[in-house]
Design a protein around this ligand. Structure first.
Ligand SMILES: Cc1cc2nc3c(=O)[nH]c(=O)nc-3n(C[C@H](O)[C@H](O)[C@H](O)COP(=O)(O)OP(=O)(O)OC[C@H]3O[C@@H](n4cnc5c(N)ncnc54)[C@H](O)[C@@H]3O)c2cc1C
Length: 476
């Protein structure tokens, strides 16, 4: 409570005491027991009450968010020319009084939902767009009294400015602005522009009435039920059209596939018809008669669409050991990448499933905030050629300064090649065997040091499984 309030309370209290003393004095006098010095007591408390009442009538305390208009019988205009600011003030008791106004920010809301705005029930603003569609708008305007023009506001509107200014100015600004836009525009491309147009218009309208607009919020735009239904129909139609387009595309692809299969069968028939005459001509001009010619095309990622994107590409998408491209929030994994090689550390395309899966795992961990590193792409191939299985791992062709061993079993159609760098197996090739070839991968990928087993394998490479078990069991 402020000092003016305290004094007012005290004054009231003393007036009650005055009344009490008078009543008591009258009662006692009627019983012939008058109170000694009653008159003096009454006069003293009356004087005190009058003083307190007068002082409290002259003191005015305004809170930090309040300004006050002094209505004055002493001024020819009927009010003081300057409003009072927050704090304690003195006005002429009984000839002047103060009307206070809050200068804090206030929100005026007009919304569909009952209980959300100042008016109960659906208070959204109905407006018509340029193309005649009816829309219902929920909006809020945040405003405050302009302290510099408080007196003008008081003279014109007193405390009725919310109903008589804020509400009509806002509604009218919204209706005017909406009528300048098409319905499609206000829901998509020009919603921001609409909001700005309304905001500017309200700002001007409030300023003309001594109010300051702080913000305008276009909270929701609702359409008439008929229009909403029409939009839904349109979306459904578009969806159906897209679906139809997709089906056509799919059919085209299937037709192309069928065409290629037919072409392949036709080519095969020609080759079969040529029979023994199938001859492969090498780049040096030499010719080889063959029963079957296998062409390997390899993998060529389509990276052309990345031109100008900032993602660096060579033969594939360049990635670091985290599978991150040159654009820090773009990752890549699998056949499309050119990642570091397991043995060389150089960028290479290595389009096989284990690498794709491993890279995808590394990329996923790093993309979700974890830390994982790709150990490098290891070349692995397992082929079934007309029933003959061949495999190759790592640097199967051997390395400079390394040692290698080959074992050929022509009768059994089996072949094995091991390639070493120091006492580590860096590459291997096998044909015609399926037993234990996983151990070859384990030896290469684990970079297991073979120690004395290297010489044993140079003597008899088929012992690689025993060597693998010996080294892994020793390691564990
Ligand atoms: C005939 C053949 C045999 C193979 N044999 C072996 C094997 O024996 N062992 C082995 O390890 N690996 C083998 N591979 C390689 C292996 O299949 C791939 O290394 C592996 O599938 C790569 O995985 P990926 O996720 O990088 O790419 P993919 O498996 O090719 O997956 C890419 C996906 O992206 C889709 N896609 C492409 N463009 C778009 C686009 N614009 N929008 C949306 N989606 C798109 C594709 O339809 C595809 O589903 C073989 C590959 C082929 C073709």
């Amino acid at each position: 409570m402020n000092i003016a309030g305290v004094l007012q309370g005290l004054a009231t209290f003393f007036w009650l005491i005055v009344v009490g003393i008078i009543v008591l004095a009258v009662v006692r006098a009627s019983r012939a027991k008058p109170i000694k010095g009653a008159v003096w007591l009454v006069v003293t408390t009356v004087v005190l009450s009058v003083v307190l009442t007068t002082v409290s009538a002259g003191l005015v305390f305004l809170q930090a968010d309040q300004y006050g208009i002094v209505i004055s019988a002493l001024q020819p205009t009927g009010y003081r020319p300057q409003p009072l600011r927050p704090g304690l003030h003195w006005v002429v008791p009984f000839l002047e009084n103060v009307q206070s106004y809050s200068i804090a920010k206030q929100t005026y809301t007009m919304a569909t939902t009952t209980g959300e705005g100042q008016v109960t029930g659906d208070d959204s603003i109905q407006a018509r767009t340029k193309d005649g569609q009816q829309v219902f708008i929920d909006a809020s305007v945040i405003y405050s009294i302009d302290p510099a023009h408080l007196i003008d506001l008081h003279i014109t509107w007193q405390n009725r400015f919310e109903d008589l200014v804020v509400r009509p100015v806002t509604r009218s600004a919204i209706r005017d602005a909406v009528s300048q836009f098409g319905v499609e525009e206000i829901v998509s491309t020009k919603r921001g522009e609409l909001e700005l147009t309304i905001s500017d218009s309200i700002k001007l309208g409030l300023a003309a009435n001594n109010l300051l607009m702080d913000d305008f919020l276009l909270r929701n735009i609702r359409f008439s039920d008929e229009y909403a239904a029409a939009v839904e129909q349109k979306q459904i139609a578009e969806q159906l059209a897209l679906q139809a387009q997709f089906v056509v595309q799919q059919r085209k692809q299937e037709a192309e596939q069928a065409r290629q299969v037919a072409q392949g069968q036709a080519d095969a028939a020609v080759i079969a018809a040529q029979g023994e005459a199938l001859v492969a001509t090498l780049s040096d001009g030499a010719t080889i008669e063959a029963d079957v010619v296998i062409c390997a095309a390899g993998v060529r990622p389509n990276v052309a669409f990345l031109a100008g994107s900032g993602v660096a590409v060579g033969h594939g998408v360049h990635v670091d050991e985290h599978m991150r491209t040159d654009v820090s929030n773009i990752y890549a994994a699998g056949d499309v990448t050119e990642a570091s090689g397991f043995h060389t550390g150089e960028r290479e395309l290595n389009a096989i499933q284990p690498n794709a899966a491993d890279q995808a795992r590394v990329a996923a961990i790093n993309m979700t905030g974890g830390e994982a590193r790709f150990q490098g792409a290891l070349a692995i191939n397992v082929l079934d050629t007309l029933g003959m299985i061949s495999t190759s791992f790592g640097q199967w062709w051997g390395v400079e300064g390394g040692q290698g061993v080959e074992r050929v079993d022509e009768k059994g159609f089996r072949y094995l090649s091991l390639q070493f760098k120091d006492d580590v197996l860096v590459g291997a090739t096998s044909i015609g065997r399926t037993d234990h070839v996983g151990a070859l991968r384990g030896l290469v990928q684990g970079r297991l040091r073979l120690g004395p087993w290297k010489d044993k394998l140079l003597q008899d490479p088929t012992q690689f499984m025993t060597a693998y078990l010996s080294q892994t069991q020793k390691a564990s």
